[in-house]
Design a protein around this ligand. Structure first.
Ligand code: ZN
Length: 225
């Protein structure tokens, strides 16, 4: 295939709606599920949209033609054996609800720690970062930038999704406050400027290539038809 990969998220008017549809379809990897989950923790309106998507998904499943279930007894026995062999759930080590923590519950569950247990290193541009994972396919970081910081203009090697947790920043496309997701990719360089005042803390996921399954787009179409 020639040319850059098609990024479904940039091809719609509201990338966050596509993310929510993919979340409803269970089609995102764990870091993006956590990012969207944290957005939902912060935004009641998005929770209402997600509920509508899930209702649409239920209707969609009900409309599907039944398909024969080959080798039913053997599959059922294998599923029961897998359940019997699974270890008991480990007790949660992080409280699910802690109103004092800067991290929304979904993000705290994904990270397995509260914000005061993050290990920060300071970059040359003055931004503190806690790298959760970084390889050639994806980077997952928590960022903390002091108020008033002007970051250098930068390009993106993939799709960058930045969820604001506290504080805010702006770039040429607009301003982002707590719960907002800034979407940038290979086609868009930007220069974020942190709001004056307190720190801005963000959870950022950069992936080299995201391909959402048809299920997410179909959910969206069901909702808007
Ligand atoms: Zn960026």
């Amino acid at each position: 295939m020639n040319g850059p990969p098609i990024n479904p998220i940039e091809r719609v008017d509201c990338p966050v709606d596509v993310l929510l549809a993919a979340y409803a379809a269970g089609a995102l990897d764990p870091a993006l599920m956590a990012l969207v989950g944290a957005h939902l923790d912060l935004r009641p309106k998005s929770r209402a949209f997600l509920a509508a998507l899930e209702t649409a998904a239920g209707g969609w499943l009900a409309e599907l033609e039944p398909a024969p279930f080959a080798d039913r007894d053997r599959r059922l026995a294998a599923a029961c054996a897998a359940i019997d062999a699974a270890p008991e759930d480990a007790p949660a080590t992080v409280p699910i609800a802690d109103a004092d923590d800067a991290l929304p519950p979904s993000l705290r569950r994904y990270l397995g720690r509260a914000s005061d247990a993050l290990a920060w290193t300071t970059r040359p541009d003055g931004v503190a970062e806690c790298v959760i994972s970084r390889d050639r396919h994806a980077e997952v970081v928590v960022l903390r930038a002091p108020g008033g910081t002007e970051l250098p203009t930068h390009e993106h090697a993939g799709l960058e999704l930045t969820l604001v947790l506290t504080g805010g920043f702006r770039d040429a496309a607009g301003r982002y406050g707590p719960g907002d997701i800034c979407v940038a990719d290979e086609t868009r360089a930007h220069r974020p400027v942190i709001d004056p005042g307190g720190d801005c803390v963000c959870f950022a996921v950069t992936v080299v290539h995201v391909r959402l399954p048809d299920a997410a787009g179909r959910l969206l179409r069901l909702l808007v038809r």
